[in-house]
Write a protein that binds this ligand. Structure first.
Ligand code: PMP
Length: 384
């Protein structure tokens, strides 16, 4: 009955991973998938995560009972504080509803499903370029996609004027997906002054901010500083959505831990929204898994473990090799090198270096001993 199924195209970042695995070369490098790697090329397991897992193993009161549909209440509370700040008035006023979801992707999808069902506008604007799975996650929920200018290939920086023009021309009430910090794939973030202008324009036009927070703490090593953009929008009393991921900043990739928060105007609206979020989640996967959220909760609720986490984030963000000025200016885990698809193919073929065909490299996948190899490869590629 399935013989007429058409073969789907490979998903690019996974295809790069398969090609990397199959390459026998000892000098191969994988800079495709956004994973923070050790000098040995293995995903970094944080000491503080190891410590939290030991605590969980020894906790005899723990069991495998189902979580509520909206996840672990303590995890949700701590996640909201992490992104909105300990003293956030919106949290104190009970205007924020936070639900545990399956990492950043799952949170984005739940938020998109909620918007498709309960928001009057279906148009969502994405930065040009953006994270490859954003269009899929949002379109699958039935939202219509448009783009706003973001990256200027000539300056390798932000096309701020273009961004403002496109937002000014957006349909009233449209949803705008914004990356909180550490923009994927460009590594280019607006300054706080630029964020303030973006905020004013969006509020003036009644555009709905949908924040994707996948790299908090991996840009400046300050969890607070990396969340400033979203906090500016919350401080004005208006609405927004935030999808949080612990994949990168706690190295919990496969545990699938994240949260969706919806900031509302009043506590009453927040409770209505929560009731509807349950109806979105229940028919999809019923309720989220326990283990990863328990790790995050153990770390966030303990002052010492929180500060150990911050120290580890500092070590992670300090590792920034590279010698092109735009690479140094770009923030977060990624860098859009400016290498084109032909140069990328050359580097894979001749140097066994695997990366996205748009020239994005995952800087956090690069060990110090890999630096000279990639420098040689880039030099050869640009002098082809
Ligand atoms: N948003 C952005 C900007 C990302 O880069 C990623 C992962 N690379 C995600 C969301 C989703 O990641 P996850 O589902 O693992 O949290």
């Amino acid at each position: 009955v399935f013989k007429n199924v058409v073969r789907a195209p490979d998903i690019p970042v996974y295809a790069v991973m398969v090609a990397y695995r199959e390459d026998p070369s000892p000098v191969k490098l994988n800079l495709g998938m956004g994973v923070y790697r050790t000098e040995e090329g293995k995903p970094l397991l944080l000491d503080v995560v190891r410590q939290a897992e030991k605590l969980l193993v020894n906790d005899l009161s723990a069991n495998k009972e189902y979580l509520p549909i909206t996840g672990m209440p303590e995890f949700n509370k701590l996640s909201a504080k992490l992104v909105f700040g300990d003293d956030s008035p919106a949290i104190k006023e009970n205007r924020v509803i936070t639900v545990q979801c399956l990492s950043g992707s799952g949170s984005l999808r739940i938020g998109a499903e909620f918007l498709a069902k309960h928001y009057h506008q279906r148009i969502v604007y994405l930065s040009q370029p953006t994270y490859g799975n954003h269009p899929n996650l949002l379109a699958a929920a039935g939202l219509s996609l448009k783009t706003y200018r973001y990256y200027d290939p000539l300056t390798h920086g932000l096309d701020f004027q273009g961004m403002l023009e496109d937002l000014a021309g957006a349909s009233s009430g449209a949803i705008v997906l914004l990356q909180v910090s550490g923009h994927n794939p460009t590594g280019v973030d607006p300054t706080l002054e630029q964020w303030e202008q973006i905020r004013q324009l969006m509020r003036l036009k009644g555009l709905l901010p949908y924040f994707d927070c996948a790299y908090q703490g991996l840009v400046s090593a300050s969890l607070d500083a990396d969340a400033q953009s979203v906090r500016m929008f919350v401080a004005d009393g208006g609405e927004c959505l935030v999808a949080q991921s612990y994949s990168k900043n706690m190295g919990l990739y496969g545990e699938r831990v994240g949260a969706l928060s919806i900031v509302c105007k009043t506590a009453n609206v927040a409770s209505l929204v929560e009731s509807q979020l349950k109806l979105v989640i229940r028919p999809m996967y019923s309720n989220p898994p326990i283990h990863g959220a328990s790790i995050v909760t153990a770390i966030l609720k303990d002052r010492d473990m929180q500060s150990q986490w911050t120290n580890e984030l500092k070590l992670m963000t300090d590792r920034t090799p590279g010698d092109w000025s735009h690479i140094i200016r770009q923030v977060g885990m990624y860098s859009l090198t400016g290498l084109n698809a032909e140069q990328v193919a050359f580097m894979t073929r001749e140097y066994h270096i695997y990366m996205s065909s748009d020239g994005r490299i995952n800087m956090a996948g690069l060990s110090s001993k890999g630096v000279s190899h990639i420098v040689d490869a880039i030099h050869a590629a640009v002098t082809l």
